[in-house]
Design a protein around this ligand. Sequence first.
Ligand code: FAD
Ligand code: MLT
Ligand code: ZN
Length: 477
Amino acid sequence: MTESANPRLIEQLRAVVGPAGLVTQPQAQAAYTRDWLGKWQGQVPVVVRPANTAETAAVVRVCRAEHTPIVTQGGNTGMSGGATPDGSGAQVIVATTRMNRIRAVDSVNNTLTVDAGVVLAHAQQAAREAGRFFPLSLGAEGSCTVGGNLATNAGGIGVLRYGNMRDLVLGLEVVLPDGRIWNGLRGLRKDNTGYDLRGLFVGSEGTLGIITGAVLKLFARPTARATAWVGANDLGALVNLLAGLRARCGERLVAFEMMSAAALALVLAHVADTRAPVAGASAFHALIEFADTESQGLQQMLEDALVQATEDGLVGEGAVVAASQAHAASFWKLREGISQAQVRAGPVVKHDIALPISALPAFVRQADSAVHAATAAAGVAAQVINFGHVGDGNLHYNVLLPAGLAPTAVKENTLRLNRVVHDLVAHYEGSISAEHGVGQLRRDELRRYKSPVEMDLMLAIKRALDPNLIMNPGKLL
Ligand code: FAD
Ligand code: MLT
Ligand code: ZN
């Protein structure tokens, strides 16, 4: 607890959530006050862990009366600093992870209703146990929460087939900044009764309220999967391969992930028990997955499509179709190891961008040479680590700076490289924040690239819902 902690605030919060719902010791708070990447460190008098929606609403009413800003936190896996409080010691974290009930499964309506603190992998498991499928999937699924996924409009590996979190939710329950509860937990696929309130909270990053429950869409559970690793000499060939697979195999294509040779090399160097799936030095690699509810012929379909792609000159140095689940898992280990490998390798300037898929090859060519020129002029030995969800146009176009570079130099180079990359994204009419959210990382960048009209509309919504500005100040807007 910080010295400036307001004892009246803590006592009122204790009266709401009981001693088990408060984290007051600094050592125990450490897991909440620092983000996953280790980029931001905040300070709080207390972490509050309400057990249900009613307690959450009471917590918000106390904070509002005490003029205390709230930083909502789920699994704390976000990559934009959205869930990390500032260093003032005046904000409190409201952590949702005690709200972890699967509320209902309706296999006729194909819906799953959950508390917002349910871990994504548990939601997937609940769907599986009901003979259904919940498709959101990402590297942090063992610890991120459904509430965090909604608040960041998370994407991940299945967006090309199933959409992002915005597309996967039918209803929400939200505690508003004034402490009222909005019960919008409707499992409807048609509901034209006015403004899209649900849509407002998706991607709002804790700035408009605390999501406490959600009705999620379920899908038929695929019973067959086929996975391939493909090398390509240039990105143009990879996006043409993607287009060809889509045209030929339609919705069976459920993932098309790309990693550059440098991204693969980084994983091989920093993650244990990994090896390159194919020999040869392709400039880009694709991890391709097909899935279907019909188990016959899927592997053959993928193999035939890759034979055709090879004849069309789209495959570079080798392609391999996984011979077993373990073989496929070894491909996914490479893809999912990139985030961890970057953290181990040194300071990373992250860019989470979206572009029309057709623009990716030209963008990457221009960005590579602009980044190279900018870092060479600054005398920094930087390396582009480019990977991402090419199937939906989302690149993690990251730049690795030398390990041990002084923090001021990291900051200067970050600003320089953000400008180079984001200006080019703007030129291609792309987005500077595809799936990780704006948080505190891209707040200034947002103001630079969003039109004044869009910023005004967003600020008007913020002021209407949160006039006292207690929900996650300093983030997003
Ligand atoms: P937190 O980090 O706790 O919070 C994120 C934001 O949401 C904050 O602004 C917070 O205030 C707000 N928030 C959290 N819960 C609520 C709530 N109940 N109500 C209101 N606001 C709330 N993201 C992707 O989209 N795609 C990926 O492929 C992907 N891969 C990742 C891989 C790794 C290894 C890691 C560490 C992260 C990855 N992420 C990815 C980022 C992250 O996992 C997602 O953004 C995730 O959705 C965050 O969920 P969380 O519960 O951890 O949220
Ligand atoms: C991923 O797709 O692996 C994460 O979203 C990216 C990251 O670590 O930047
Ligand atoms: Zn991603």
